[in-house]
Ligand binder design. Structure first.
Ligand code: GTP
Ligand code: MG
Ligand code: ZN
Length: 350
């Protein structure tokens, strides 16, 4: 494995330095986050592979993520601060509550992995596509296990219908020459993440593109009861070709966390129909002058697709409400803190 990486090899962009001063560069050096543990970070930098702790005062919206850039103190293996992100993939954390959880940062490509079998789910793919496009990350739908199904072409056609001009690739993740199809998105310095349900082949793909030499550095994982190697944490690896790939654990739930995702990029058919509804605030729930419902009735639009669109819209509205509440809470807390400081100052002055 390479021992050190230049900023260029690490995928550095001038934008990351936008808010860095000369003082910053004197205090620390930029490093890229390869993994996030409870005790700290694994990082890659010009010094090679290292670790760094994260002091409490370091702020990161939705938490520091794999792929993030941080400034690390020269002498102390301690993070000084997080550098501006170019992109962030986040979701509402699984389970109760509405905490935002970051999945990966500074991605160029999101490989949305599904297999050519019962895992294939158009509504889930639309959800992932909306997530990627909202974060300005190029989505690529990767359909694995093409070798195990009768006609992968059917799945490709179904996937291609989900959003305008998206890239869809069908392959056998266990076959090196088949995985070559991903090469156009893995140029040196690029960063790509594999996301999707458990067992669809994310790690198999990641291992393939990481290459022989790098695999030696991968953790030995524990098998589950059925002898499968299921991924339990997000981790970034350098590939033999010079790109970076992030392997992620299978996700059972992906609730959108962005307050106003650009659903139009995925659902342009629905949104252009919506512009023809009689009422501008039409909720597309009953047929009074609703062009969207009309299209469903006429068989021009999938009822499933409309349902999913409305579901994602509701999720976005909820995310917006939660963010507003959080901001309000933050403001109230800020006011209390300011009053306390003022009171203390007055006491000192007496
Ligand atoms: N025949 C065939 N088997 C595949 C293909 N892709 C994955 N597999 C197999 O499917 C199983 C699961 O693959 P993984 O790569 O571990 O799946 P994963 O997406 O990383 O799963 P999690 O880590 O649990 O999220 C393994 O036994 C792979 O060999 C494929 O394209 N063709
Ligand atoms: Mg895995
Ligand atoms: Zn309508």
């Amino acid at each position: 494995m390479l021992s050190t990486f230049s900023l260029h090899q690490l995928g550095w962009r001038p934008e990351y330095a936008r808010h860095l001063t000369l003082d910053d560069f004197e205090a620390g050096y930029p490093a890229r986050v390869a993994a996030v543990h409870r005790g700290g970070l694994d990082v890659f930098s010009s010094r090679g592979h290292g670790t760094a702790v994260v002091p409490h005062h370091v702020n990161a919206d939705a938490g520091i993520a794999v792929g993030d850039w941080v400034l690390v103190e020269h002498e102390a293996d301690r993070v000084i601060r997080l550098l501006d992100r170019q992109s962030l993939v986040a979701r509402v954390a699984a389970g109760e509550g509405h905490r935002r959880q970051s999945i990966a940062a500074n991605l160029d490509v999101l490989f949305i992995v599904s297999s050519c079998n019962g895992d294939f789910n158009p509504s889930r793919l639309e959800r992932y596509l909306a997530l990627a496009i909202d974060a300005s990350i190029m989505p690529v739908v990767v359909l694995t296990k093409a070798d195990l199904c009768d006609d992968a072409g059917d799945y490709v056609a179904m996937a291609e219908r989900l959003a305008p001009s998206i890239a869809v690739v069908a392959l056998d993740a266990t076959d090196a020459s088949s995985v070559e199809q991903l090469a156009p998105w893995l140029a040196p310095g690029r960063t790509a993440a594999f996301v999707g349900s458990s067992g669809v082949g994310k790690s198999t793909l990641a291992n393939r593109v990481i290459g022989e030499a790098m695999q030696l550095t991968r953790d030995i994982r524990e098998d589950d009861a059925r002898g499968r190697h299921t991924t339990t944490s997000r981790e970034m690896f350098p590939t033999a070709m010079g790109a970076w790939v992030i392997d992620t654990p299978g996700m059972r739930e992906l609730r959108l966390a962005a307050p106003s995702p650009d659903l139009g990029a995925v659902f342009d058919d629905v949104e252009s129909l919506a512009s023809q509804c009689r009422f501008r605030d039409c909720r597309h729930e009953d047929d009074a002058g609703c062009a969207v419902i009309q299209a469903v009735v006429e068989g021009m639009l999938d009822a499933r697709r409309l349902d999913n669109y409305r579901k994602l819209q509701r999720e976005a509205a909820r995310a917006q409400r939660n963010q507003r509440e959080e901001r309000e809470h933050g403001r109230q807390f800020g006011a209390i803190a300011r009053r306390a400081i003022q009171a203390k100052r007055e006491r000192l002055e007496q």
